[in-house]
Design a protein around this ligand. Structure first.
Ligand code: FNR
Length: 180
């Protein structure tokens, strides 16, 4: 089972990226989870670039998504929405459709009490436009993230660890159902 994990944050000490590494550690051995690091390689989306001679970074991005069985996206909230780099990456697959029917799990994390819920909602809306398969139980919003991760990026809050385990299980179930 191959899963691509995407963080919407470019910060080296990103809490959202740290959460994806936690999920990777929770994953069983038969699950190949790769954290995508190419968001900044993607050019700004414009339909004029979306032709036969695609930028290599876009070809690679689409290829990764096409070949995987499922996707996890963890997003911060910037000004009540998902970061532009993440939206840009998703705009690149509107026409090509790599997420159509693909099982997807979503996370948002923020230092605020709302856990980036507006960014989460904007991500879910965009994924609906892409006809992604948002798996049941595969959605987590994490408030007060600064108090739950230590300096090494380890999750010290056991309830959140449990939530991420449930999210991963839900994604795996969604992938298995998708194969039937
Ligand atoms: C933020 N942050 C933020 N948080 C939030 O809950 N709602 C918001 O609208 C915003 N807006 C916002 C704008 C800008 C310009 C910055 C720099 C930050 C705070 C944000 O959630 C926080 O920095 C997170 O830690 C970012 O996630 P990563 O990078 O740790 O994954």
């Amino acid at each position: 089972m191959k899963i691509i994990a995407i963080s919407g944050s470019l910060r080296p000490n990103s809490s959202n990226t740290a959460l994806l590494y936690v999920v990777a550690k929770l994953a069983p051995k038969n699950l190949d989870l790769t954290i995508y690091k190419g968001l900044t390689d993607l050019p700004h989306f414009t339909p004029e670039l979306d032709g036969d001679t695609l930028p290599t970074s876009v070809r690679d991005w689409r290829g990764l998504l096409e070949k995987c069985d499922g996707v996890i996206i963890s997003t911060p909230e910037y000004a009540y929405g998902m970061p532009g780099v993440l939206k840009n990456a998703l705009d690149w697959i509107v026409s090509s459709g790599e997420l159509v029917g693909k099982p997807v799990a979503t996370i948002s994390a923020s230092p605020s009490e709302l856990g980036g819920s507006k960014a989460h909602a904007s991500l879910v809306l965009t994924l609906a436009a892409l006809a992604a398969n948002l798996v049941e139980g595969g959605s987590v919003t994490i408030p007060f993230i600064g108090k739950k991760l230590n300096a090494n990026g380890e999750l010290t809050d056991l309830n959140t660890v449990q939530s991420l385990k449930f999210l991963l299980d839900a994604l795996v179930r969604g992938i298995i159902d998708n194969r039937k």
